[in-house]
Design a protein around this ligand. Structure first.
Ligand SMILES: Cc1cc2nc3c(=O)[nH]c(=O)nc-3n(C[C@H](O)[C@H](O)[C@H](O)COP(=O)(O)O)c2cc1C
Length: 390
């Protein structure tokens, strides 16, 4: 039994608007079940993937398992793990981020999923390759060459050699193997990290993909081939019916204003091949979920992704909190915020699922507090929560 550390939480200082009848109904919308093949979620709330760097040597500890178990006990519908590295020498740029390969690592993940299941939860690992993204927090160097489409860490910044064809093939295979292992260990779904300027996104983005072979090209569909081949490998590895989620973003950590698709037609040309290749759910990462994706419509990224592909979508970005997450890394605190806007969009079927990051990092009981209307018990988010694994 792992001792339960006391929470680092700060309590909410300022009240947000009082709960109205609409909010009561709204909360109910979040607590409808969601089914996708073998995945039966009791509610619409997903724990967003959050790197915690608490896995020394890449092996998730018992504390990591307890951290996820607490969120399962707290009623999260589906937990997406922190990004976890696939079997490539430089898939990670932090020695304390968990790997998703190796005997010891996979045994530790088995313990994680068993704990989550024992508490009645569901979980997907987020399979990750950071590509040429830099980590300014550590001098640690990965034991192998950087994988990236053109060796650029951001536009114009040459950092390494472009991937060889063999490296591309091995990387695709490594994603497939990780997905097979996830299924074997008993995870309920897998998520591919295709967002935020990491490897898969480096292929999407013209700013970091200047290849002229079959993995590059001047159009977004050409630069999507890498993701499509990964999805095909994953689908082949897990078979039909097993839920495969892909997380995408227009924004990049290298450039928050970057955009891959400027129009709905471009977005359709980007997403449709991925849906055809085996993506069941699009996890549409925004920093603020309420921001419209294109002029002339209120729909957010998830709204458009669902409309264009017919696939279920997950929205994310500042749900239940006043400030967004990048500012949180700089130390800006956030206070609880009303869910009314989110619920209004959900009532219009703009998206199917809602991912919640910091509110759940701060408070494992966030879901239950929302369900039971305990707004006065909701907590502020403070940067100090990043330093603990409660
Ligand atoms: C500490 C921390 C670590 C994160 N790590 C990841 C990650 O590993 N993979 C990922 O796709 N997003 C990651 N994110 C982004 C979150 O999944 C989420 O999109 C973001 O925090 C916005 O949601 P929120 O406003 O509810 O926090 C991270 C965010 C935080 C705060």
């Amino acid at each position: 039994m792992i001792p339960r550390p006391s929470p680092p939480h700060t309590r909410r200082r300022t009240p947000f608007p009082t709960q109205s009848d609409t909010r009561m109904a709204a909360t109910d919308l979040l607590f409808r079940p969601f089914d996708l093949g073998p995945l039966h979620m009791p509610n619409r709330i997903v724990m967003a993937p959050m790197t915690r760097s608490f896995s020394p040597g890449g092996v998730p500890t018992a504390q990591v398992a307890a951290y996820y178990r607490r969120r399962a006990e707290g009623g999260v519908g589906l937990i997406v793990s922190e990004g976890t590295g696939i079997n490539r020498p430089a898939s990670l740029n932090d020695p304390n981020v968990p790997r998703f390969w190796g005997t010891e690592e996979l045994a530790a993940w088995k313990h994680v999923i068993d704990e989550v299941h024992a508490a009645g939860g569901l979980m997907a690992p987020q399979l990750w390759h950071v590509g040429s993204a830099r980590n300014t927090q550590t001098d640690w160097k990965a034991p192998g060459p950087v994988d990236s489409p053109s060796g650029l860490s951001s536009p114009g910044k040459q950092f390494a050699e472009p991937m060889t064809d063999a490296a591309v093939a091995d990387t695709i295979a490594a994603f497939g193997q990780a997905a097979a292992d996830a299924k074997l260990l008993g995870f309920d779904a897998v998520e591919l990290h295709g967002a935020h300027g990491y490897l898969i996104d480096q292929f999407f983005w013209a700013g970091t993909n200047q290849r002229t072979d079959r993995w590059g090209g001047s159009t977004l569909p050409e630069r999507t081939r890498f993701a499509v081949e990964i999805l095909k490998a994953v689908r082949a590895a897990v078979g039909p019916g097993y839920p495969v989620i892909i997380r995408l973003s227009q924004w990049k950590q290298q450039d928050f204003k970057a955009r891959l698709a400027e129009t709905p037609a471009e977005m359709a040309a980007w997403l449709e091949p991925m849906a055809a290749a085996g993506a069941d759910i699009f996890h549409c990462s925004q920093r603020r979920f309420w921001e419209p994706e294109f002029d002339g419509s209120d729909l957010n990224f998830a709204g458009w992704a669902g409309k264009l592909t017919g696939r279920p979508t997950i929205t994310v970005g500042s749900v239940g909190l006043s400030g967004e997450f990048v500012a949180a890394f700089r130390g800006e605190g956030s206070e609880p915020a009303s869910l009314d806007g989110l619920i209004e969009r959900m009532a219009r079927d703009e998206f199917d699922l809602v991912a919640v990051g910091r509110a759940l990092l701060q408070d494992p009981d966030w879901v239950e507090k929302i369900r039971t209307g305990r707004n006065e018990d909701l907590m502020n988010f403070g940067r100090e929560a990043l330093a603990t694994l409660y």
